[in-house]
Design a protein around this ligand. Structure first.
Ligand SMILES: [Zn+2]
Length: 131
């Protein structure tokens, strides 16, 4: 099965191929611009990592259901887990390897106010097994 190549942009009614973070080039650039303006100093935020292309990408738009920034760690963590659930639906562990070492499912990071990045793992087993 073609896991990555068959994806299209996650923005409704946009049929362009997904470039990074599940969005096409145009919508991804728009998100980057909008988010830079919306991130408050001292806020927590989320970042994605495309394991396939080796690139970090912005999260936090109406289309991914996440916010440009969060006032607390707990809110950022809750949405990081939501994002991992979304990735499990769109890039299932059985074909992507999930979040396990060697898996190619996209990764999710919390970016702390000091700029430090913390990788977030699913609540379920990291080998992708789910009860
Ligand atoms: Zn698009």
């Amino acid at each position: 099965m073609t896991l990555i190549a068959s994806r299209t942009c996650s923005v409704p009614e946009c049929a362009r191929p997904a470039f990074i973070g599940g969005m096409c080039r145009l919508h991804y650039r728009r998100l980057q611009t909008a988010r830079k303006a919306a991130v408050a100093p001292g806020a927590w935020r989320l970042e994605g990592y495309d394991t396939f292309s080796g690139e970090e990408y912005e999260l936090g738009s109406a289309h991914d259901g996440l916010k440009p920034s969060y006032p607390t760690y707990g809110e950022a963590l809750a949405d990081a887990h939501r994002r991992l659930e979304y990735l499990e639906r769109t890039q299932p562990s059985r074909s992507s390897g999930g979040q396990a070492s060697g898996g190619i499912q996209d990764r999710v990071y919390i970016v702390h106010p000091d700029g430090r990045k913390e990788r977030v793992f699913p609540v379920t087993a990291p080998d992708g097994s789910r009860s």
